[in-house]
Design a protein. Structure first.
Length: 401
């Protein structure tokens, strides 16, 4: 890059690290004076902005009408430099201006949701602005960064479970069904037991262990009806792709008198179940099959005519990690989560399904407390558009168009 290509101002700040309400943000703004002077920049200031922005669009007659509502969460501006003020040291063309901002102590998590005719964003950003004289757009550089609220309970659980695993109680969910391969014939029985840690809330970025025990019992048949090596319906799953475990989210959005609630939509896969091209996606999944067992009936003493049932059983063990923003509620956005685990057997409607709510909480301690060890290293699951622009924040300042 030649000297003429160096921008007048550069913002030195890592935007990918999640920040915590109450945390002190530190960074630098670098002013490159050759470009600064040629751009006729009169003043440089730095803005901290945080906003909740919601939009809802409705069809009214032949027109589509959109209502947009914004609420400020953080709004602070500091002047870093004015023309005629500080200059770079003699051996440099660059003036380094350090800055510090303290985030407000009560902020909701960053998020960016959207669906047909609605969107909801909670965004936070730093923006360095070089004000120019005359009819020129201002120079600016922004950095959108994620915010993750503190939760002492979640921080404690994450620390313990990451190092020690789970040693507490367990919650057991059970499902049963009678299924058959076609529309005629006798039914077989299937049963599944899902075992999860007995937690009232699940912290994000935390390995949550679980197990799934699946038992199938065939319809009555003769023992030699099934040839050696032939699959027996209904067979328990043997591969991760034979199972689905999804996380769903519901969002309530309000904008200037209008409101909308989204349907439950799948936003993430859990536990390494399902198919994926991601390397090591199912590395934590363990199948523990048992040998099939013949259960003879007691209705006949003639061994050749006696019928019975085949019992098949397997246990699947894995872990899941939640990377979505924790559930939260503001005056214009409310989110909630649920999970759905599904076991599909051959045939129409032959599935066994678990659906249960997930109370999702943060995993970091408040800044300055005993459990505080800096921002969490793992990023939140946010779309690239969150970091690519700060369209959620608009000021009535020259150059913000």
């Amino acid at each position: 890059m030649g000297h003429d290509d160096i921008p007048a101002l550069s913002l030195v700040f890592n935007p990918r690290i999640a920040r915590v309400p109450g945390e002190v943000l530190q960074g630098e703004v670098h002013l490159y004076f050759p470009t600064l002077l040629s751009d006729n920049i009169e003043e440089v200031h730095l803005k901290l902005r945080g906003s909740v922005v919601t939009k809802i669009t409705r069809q009214q007659g032949q027109n589509q009408v959109t209502r947009r509502q914004r609420e400020d969460l953080a709004r602070e501006t500091v002047s870093l430099w004015q023309k005629g003020g500080a200059y770079p040291p003699p051996d440099s063309h660059t003036l380094v201006l350090p800055f510090r901002f303290q985030l407000p102590s009560n902020l909701p998590p960053s998020c960016s949701f959207g669906g047909y005719h609605w969107s909801a964003t909670i965004g936070y950003a730093l923006e360095a602005v070089g004000e120019r004289s005359g009819l020129h757009f201002n120079r600016r550089e922004f950095a959108s960064f994620p915010v993750l609220p503190a939760n002492p309970e979640g921080a404690g659980l994450r620390s313990f479970m990451t190092m020690e695993g789970w040693h507490g109680g367990w919650t057991t969910l059970e499902r049963r069904a009678e299924i058959r391969r076609g529309i005629w014939g006798d039914y077989s029985e299937v049963k599944a037991i899902l075992v999860l840690p007995a937690l009232e809330a699940f912290p994000i970025q935390t390995p949550i262990p679980f197990s799934l025990n699946i038992v199938t019992i065939t319809k009555a048949m003769k023992q030699d009806d099934i040839k050696e090596g032939e699959p027996i319906f209904p067979a328990p799953p043997t591969l991760p792709k034979d199972l689905e475990f999804e996380m769903n989210r519901r969002v309530y959005v309000y904008a200037r008198g209008w409101s909308r609630t989204s349907d439950d939509s799948a936003i993430a896969r859990l536990g390494g179940f399902g198919e994926s091209i991601v390397p090591q996606y199912s590395a934590n999944v363990q199948f523990e099959p048992m040998d099939k067992v013949w259960i003879p009936s007691q209705d006949s003493h003639d061994e050749k005519k006696r019928k019975g049932q085949w019992k098949q059983e397997t246990t699947v063990k894995s872990v899941f990690v939640i990377t979505q923003p924790p559930a939260f509620s503001t005056t214009t956005i409310n989110t909630s989560y649920s999970a759905e685990l599904r076991i599909d057997f051959p045939g129409i409607g032959n599935d066994l399904k678990f659906k249960f709510p997930l109370n999702v909480i943060s995993c970091v301690a408040p800044p300055g407390t005993q459990g505080w060890d800096g921002p969490p290293p793992e990023p939140l699951d946010l779309p690239p558009s969150y970091f690519a622009s700060a369209d959620w924040h608009h000021d009535d300042e020259k150059g913000d168009e």
